[in-house]
Design a protein. Structure first.
Length: 439
């Protein structure tokens, strides 16, 4: 027996020496995408604002019993593990499509980590937060910048006195009566749909439901339900001005959130099977793209002041039973107000960093964002709930505009703009892509 063992031992040692350490299998992109969705849906069971839309398979929804307390550390560990696996996949794979998907999910997961900390009461500086959540830091403008913009209004607004009061007096001419809201908004959405359908093939079964609600921190919201269906809600806590009909028709609907979600669902989820697209996390880089493109879409549909004025004069104001006098001046003032909206970022930055008290925040919103008392209070409520999300509307739109201009679109080439816009809405674009193109 000892002889047999002695004879076998050299062969055993030879085999052992020739064996190589087992390699860790390269992770599969689709498996990682499913883990990404499962993780988000699990977090969403605790943080009700985490998942904005989901239209993927039911099999990815959590079935285990929810913990009594929010498992912050466990979730953060999962985020890191998934990011590490995606990084390994990017390094080992030579496939550009896999790298595109993996990089997109990695950026989204950075936002997961920051949102998990926020939900647990762990806050960071406004700019650190916005960088992690939305992939960018909004520019800082001094107060003198906004003062110079307000000064431009002096030669536009009728009457005398503070610009804010004169703007409000002009705007109050165009408040839509509540009894006319449904008619006016449906007319605006119909026009936006018609203009969008002239450029994009819209799914035959697409549709939306319009509801008017109260007691919300936002003015309007699109709840995308999947299968090309949306629920659009308009908050009637505040007075609604005629320009909001155009904004909602475009921003929440066509070619805004409704179309953005439809294009992603069709082109990436259904046609390519990218399951990660079926889940939209609200506090993520995807929202910078969504909000920025939705705001850009307004000018894509109605380029320049004259086209908005003409639509209001011929369609919306008559439906609302309002006089058209002063509407051109109003939209000229709104163009400047659009630039002033960056002041909301300063208010958010000041409130979150505790460098601005509520009284100063109200002054900024009234003096520079031209808000009345109730709208300014609602804006502060929005910031208290959604924090640095405010940058997505103004800075997001600026980045989208820069991106489209850099690729050959813009005012001089509207058809090219529509083509680039569709490409942007149909692909997993990151804020870093916008920044790079705009340089």
């Amino acid at each position: 027996m000892k002889l047999i063992v002695a004879l076998l031992l050299p062969a055993i040692l030879l085999v052992a020496c020739n064996q190589q350490p087992a390699k860790t299998a390269t992770p599969d992109i689709n498996q990682l995408a499913e883990k990404y969705v499962r993780l988000a849906l699990d977090i969403g069971r605790y943080d009700s604002s985490f998942v904005d839309a989901y239209y993927g398979p039911d099999s990815l929804k959590a079935t285990s019993t929810k913990n009594d307390s929010f498992p912050k550390d466990s979730f953060l560990t999962e985020v890191k593990g998934l990011q590490d696996a995606l990084s390994r996949l990017i390094t080992e794979s030579k496939n550009d499509t896999i790298a595109l998907r993996a990089n997109w999910m990695k950026a989204q997961l950075t936002a997961f980590g920051r949102r998990i900390k926020i939900f647990s009461g762990g806050y960071a500086d406004f700019d650190v937060e916005s960088k992690d959540l939305f992939g960018v830091v909004a520019p800082v403008y001094p107060e003198t910048h906004y003062q110079s913009l307000v000064a431009q209004l002096d030669g536009i607004l009728p009457g005398s006195g503070p610009a804010n009061e004169r703007f409000q007096a002009l705007a109050n001419r165009f408040i839509i009566p509540k009894a006319k809201l449904d008619t006016v908004f449906h007319a605006a959405i119909a026009e936006c749909r018609k203009k969008t359908a002239a450029h994009y093939a819209i799914p035959a079964n697409e549709n939306f439901t319009l509801e008017f609600v109260t007691n919300r921190p936002w003015s309007g919201y699109n709840w995308y339900k999947g299968n090309y269906q949306s629920l659009i809600q308009i908050n009637t806590d505040l007075q609604i001005f005629i320009d909001r009909a155009i904004d909602v028709g475009s921003h929440e609907s066509y070619p805004g959130h409704h179309v953005y979600n439809m294009l992603l669902e069709k082109n990436l989820y259904h046609d390519k099977g990218w399951v990660e697209i079926s889940m939209y996390p609200l506090f993520s880089p995807q929202s910078l793209i969504a909000e920025g493109s939705a705001n850009y879409g307004i000018d894509l549909l109605f380029p320049g002041i004259d086209s908005k004025v003409a639509f209001c004069k011929t369609v919306l104001l008559p439906l609302a039973g309002l006089d058209t006098t002063g509407i051109s001046t109003y939209f000229k003032a709104l163009a400047i107000k659009g630039q002033l909206n960056f002041a909301r970022n300063e208010v958010g930055r000041g409130l979150l960093n505790k460098t601005m008290d509520p009284a100063s925040a109200m002054r900024w919103l009234k003096d520079y964002c031209l808000m009345n008392e109730e709208t300014a209070k609602k804006s502060i409520q929005f910031i208290s709930v959604n924090r640095s999300y405010v940058i997505n509307y103004n800075y997001g739109m600026q980045l989208i505009k820069n991106y489209i201009d850099a690729k050959g679109g813009g005012v001089a080439n509207p058809e090219k703009s529509w083509d680039i816009f569709k490409e942007l809405l149909s692909n997993p674009v990151l804020p870093s892509d916008l920044l790079q193109a705009g340089k």
